[in-house]
Structure formats: C-alpha cells, structure tokens
Design a protein around this ligand. Structure first.
Ligand code: NAP
Length: 257
C-alpha cells in the first residue's frame, strides 16, 4: 500500500446517501485516498453509479441499500460492511432530505421525516459504527450540517436538525476522543446538487437563475460543488487530523451563508 498524507493504511469508510450529490463525491474522494468504501443509499440500485465509478478508478466499493432511520436496517448494513470489507472506522453521515415549508404550513409528517433521516439516521449509524471504532482504537465520524443551522426561512425542521447535528458532533467528540475517534461536522453553503435543484423547482425559479443569484451572494463568486465538500471530508479523515475534533467547518465560499 502506497503511503500518502491522506492514508497510510487501507481503512473502511461508510458514506450514507452516497448514490448522488455530495455523498457520491465524498465516497469517490475517500476511495481515491486509498480507503475501501461502503456506499449506502435508500435502494441498492441507487448506489450502482457511485460503486462503478469507484471501481473504474481502481478503488474498492460495496453498494448497500438501507434506510438510515431504520435501526434494524442500519445494524444489518454495518454487519454486512464489517463482514465483506472489514471493520468500518470512517463514517460520513451525509444522507439527507428536505421537507421545506413555512412553520404555519409545516406538517408533523414533514417535521418527523427530516428529524428521522438527519438526526435519528446520524445517531443510529454512529452508534453502530462506533462499536468497531472503539475496538480498533481509531475512528473518524464526519457529519453533514449546513449553513441553514444558523436559520433559514421555510426550513424550521431542517435548520433544527442541522443545528442538532452540531451538538451531536461536539458530544460524540467528547465521548469518543479517548478511543482515538475524532468527530467533526461540515456545514456546506450553497452546493449544486439535486437538493438545491429541488429547492429551485419548489419556489418556481429556473435552476440556472437560482445558481446565478446564489453565486452573487458568495464571496468567492461561484456556487459550491460536491467536490468542495469531499475535500473537507478527506481532511477530517486523515491520520494527521487526529487533534481536530468537535469542530464545525463552514464550507461556503465565505464566512456566512
Ligand atoms: P441529495 O442530492 O438530495 O442526496 C441525498 C442522498 O441521500 C440521496 O441519494 C438520497 O436518496 C439519500 N437519502 C435520503 N434519505 C435517506 C435515507 N433515509 N437513508 C439513506 N439514504 C437516504 O443531497 P445533497 O445536496 O447531496 O446533500 C447531502 C447532504 O449535505 C445532506 O445531509 C444535506 O442536508 C447536506 N447539505 C447540502 C447542501 C446543498 O447545498 N446541496 C447544503 C448544506 C448541507 P434518494 O436518492 O433515494 O432520495
């Protein structure tokens, strides 16, 4: 195994919601860094594109269909990863959904669905993976927060979940530090994915206009790409990032949303 600053040992990484968007880019980057990657998405067939891209680039990948908010599915998925790839020690909690609405129109179903995927999903995945990390005495948990954690009109559920992710991250960093497990969060700003495309559709703005408008507000003058988030995840996963824990890194092309 070649020695690179990012990876001296082949490790097993798990990325949730990695069938597309940010998760797919993170999975590909962690594979390029030398890790075997378990690609989780709701349905196994949705993981195929990412798995094939990793394999085509010479990497190792396993596609798994699992709903991260379902405890039994999470346990099964993590057991299968451990059996087929080895003990998972890098976890990226990326799976996410939007159910945007102003508070007075927000249904309980939409509140619960968002909490279920972002918070319960990150909790269940982290609980299952930490057993392996503690045993291996090494681990990385990287959680996807958002600039929406600071507040965003129409996103009371999502903003609450993404702020919750920050408290979750800091608490796990305290609990797991003694096992050489670091826990950090990435809070992306505007990233061009299907998620932002769906927001543009919901508010009835052509995606190109939506992106151009967002770019005007971003100090570096461009929208974010999934690869921008993958680069931050790659940093947190490095061996030599072992003293960085409990942090929230805003990756937003500037200091605020
Ligand atoms: P995306 O393109 O919508 O991809 C999200 C992925 O998560 C999809 O593949 C989706 O599967 C999967 N997923 C949804 N629910 C799941 C569940 N219960 N179990 C397993 N997988 C599930 O989103 P994205 O833009 O890449 O966002 C990725 C993460 O970054 C999310 O946590 C999001 O909140 C966060 N984020 C994004 C932005 C942005 O500007 N895009 C900004 C800040 C934070 P399906 O294809 O089956 O739906």
């Amino acid at each position: 195994m070649s020695e690179t600053p990012n990876s001296t040992i082949r490790r097993v990484a798990v990325v949730t919601g990695a069938g597309r968007g940010i998760g797919a880019a993170v999975a590909m980057r962690l594979a390029a860094d030398g890790n075997a990657v378990a690609v989780i998405d709701l349905r196994e067939q949705d993981t195929e594109r990412t798995v094939e891209a990793i394999r085509a680039a010479g990497g190792t990948a396993l596609g798994i269909g699992a709903d991260v908010s379902d405890a039994a599915a999470v346990e099964q998925a993590v057991e299968r990863i451990a059996a087929e790839l080895g003990p998972p020690t890098i976890l990226v909690n990326n799976a996410g959904i939007l159910r945007d609405n102003l508070l007075f129109k927000m249904s309980e179903t939409d509140w619960d669905a968002v909490m279920g995927v972002h918070l319960r999903g990150a909790f269940l995945m982290s609980r299952a993976v930490q057993a392996h990390q503690v045993k291996e005495e090494w681990g990385r948990i990287i959680n996807l927060s958002s600039t929406s954690a600071l507040g965003n009109r129409g996103q009371a559920n999502y903003a609450a979940a993404k702020a919750g992710i920050q408290g979750f991250t800091k608490t796990l960093a305290i609990e797991l530090g003694r096992y050489n497990v670091t826990v950090n969060a990435i809070a992306p700003g505007f990233i061009e994915t299907d998620m932002t495309r769906a927001t543009a559709e919901r508010i009835g703005v052509p995606f190109e206009d939506f992106v151009a408008h967002a770019a005007k507000e971003i100090p570096v003058g461009r929208p974010g790409k999934p690869e921008d988030i993958a680069a931050a995840a790659s940093f947190f996963a490095r061996d030599d990032a072992s003293f960085v824990s409990g942090q929230v890194l805003y990756v937003a092309g500037g200091p605020k949303a």
